[in-house]
Design a protein around this ligand. Sequence first.
Ligand SMILES: C[S@@+](CC[C@H](N)C(=O)[O-])C[C@H]1O[C@@H](n2cnc3c(N)ncnc32)[C@H](O)[C@@H]1O
Length: 243
Amino acid sequence: MANKDHQTGSARKDWNLRAREDFRHAIMSTVKGEKGEEEFRRTGVEDANTIASFFKGRNMSDWRVLEYGCGVGRLMEALSRRFGKIHGIDISDEMVKLGRQRLQGSQFSFHVLENGDLPFPDGCFDLVYSMHVFQHMPKSSFRSIMPEIARVLKPDGLFLFHIMHPYTLRRKLQALFGVDQLSFRHLISVISKREQNKLETYRRRYYTHGQIEQILGYNGLRLINRVRLGPKRRYLWNLAEHA
Ligand SMILES: C[S@@+](CC[C@H](N)C(=O)[O-])C[C@H]1O[C@@H](n2cnc3c(N)ncnc32)[C@H](O)[C@@H]1O
């Protein structure tokens, strides 16, 4: 039986809390509150352009697309001019509720991830994309959702996802040794069993290139493109297809 721990633990609670506090800031840490709406949308357009740039020259207008970890639909809105129907799924029902309020129209469909299974038939999406999601979840959660993502992709479907590049030595070591955190403060809190003040989902997880390829390969996918973009080239974009 697949390990579906991404559905458990504090993930939904954390993200629901953030959605209620300030969803814009939870999604884009550079933006705050209602005043940040314009900037929030601008980042959506910018990131949507990045996503679309991976498919230059292709006719995407009839693609069936899924965003994994869609939040309130920041990217779905900006991508809707390019793709046909966009589905978005998220672990947070609060994010999904806000998304449904923000984006109305038959081209959008929001879903709450209920039990770790994607509520779609096999081989139904031309593209699954994900941004600012996998770095926030335990590595075991990323591994456990991957068979589902591979399952819902069409035989010639594509999977595009972003994670943070391990851009410092400490982060490289974190990735290499598979630990979620590597800091003196963390060590102290583990030894003293002290509560850490950070929510579980604030921590960033890092992966080596080899680990990403291994996870993809294990799910019958292979990497076809990898690019570092974004602020200080810290965003590692990976494009994969069925092997
Ligand atoms: C930083 S936000 C990014 C939202 C959206 N991708 C964007 O770029 O605008 C991360 C989103 O991932 C969702 N999320 C976190 N863990 C998840 C999981 N295990 N499965 C599905 N969604 C998850 C959160 O609820 C949140 O809406």
